[in-house]
Design a protein around this ligand. Structure first.
Ligand SMILES: Cc1cc2nc3c(=O)[nH]c(=O)nc-3n(C[C@H](O)[C@H](O)[C@H](O)COP(=O)(O)O)c2cc1C
Length: 198
């Protein structure tokens, strides 16, 4: 059977970011799920300009002018489901992640997305914004998410604590719930897309 392809997107790119820690962790956890293939899409590796195409992505038919956008488009197009790892910047997601989402349209359509977030209140406000954005991109945002709270995040970014196996153990239950729902929706929507393509 062709495996379900999950792309994990790390949504912050600044030096000393926290985002790569939960990003790499959820990537490793997702790889343990049977019947899936997982790819890490770190936005550091996709330095896209601020959106500057003369038309919106829903009208471009995947004909982008920028080579990095073309590369990102191919990766997103190949995926069946997404895990977005997001920081919370001013009660929303990061500009770099919003810009990456804005760049594409058909590549996101009819695919589910789950979230791993972090912040003072677990990045919940960023995820709520992302759920609205993902509906506009014709995605299916799933309910269960991993929210990493401030009492884990802030000591780590201030150098007073480390990201450890214990940190991961505390997040595992929610991660499994999120992954279970993501795979269910991923397989259901993949079957529906395949049927539509016939
Ligand atoms: C521009 C900016 C705005 C922020 N706004 C919030 C916020 O609204 N809520 C929150 O919980 N944390 C906020 N923070 C703190 C971030 O949660 C924290 O810096 C986190 O490490 C950012 O993710 P990153 O390290 O992956 O970039 C903000 C940080 C930055 C840089």
């Amino acid at each position: 059977m062709v495996p379900l392809k999950i792309a994990v997107i790390i949504g912050s790119t600044r030096p000393n970011r926290f985002g790569d820690k939960p990003g790499k962790w959820i990537y490793e956890e997702a790889k343990k799920v049977e019947g899936v293939e997982v790819e890490l899409l770190d936005l550091v590796d996709y330095p896209m300009p601020f959106y500057e195409e003369p038309m919106g992505p829903s009208m471009l038919n995947k004909k982008y002018s920028n080579d990095v956008v073309k590369k990102f488009s191919a990766k997103v197009d190949a995926a069946d489901a997404f895990i977005i790892v997001t920081p919370e910047y001013n009660h929303s997601t990061s500009g770099v992640l919003k810009n990456a989402l804005d760049h594409l349209f058909p590549e996101w359509n009819n695919k589910p997305v789950g979230f791993v977030s972090y912040g003072g209140v677990g990045g919940a406000r960023a995820v709520e914004h992302l759920r609205q954005i993902s509906v506009e991109l014709e995605m299916a945002p799933i309910r269960n998410a991993v929210h990493i709270p401030g009492n884990i995040l802030f000591p780590i970014i201030m150098g007073q604590a480390q990201w450890t196996a214990e940190t991961e153990a505390g997040l595992m239950d929610n991660a499994h719930k999120m992954l279970t729902q993501l795979v269910w929706w991923g397989n259901a929507l993949k079957a529906a897309r395949n049927q539509q393509a016939q």
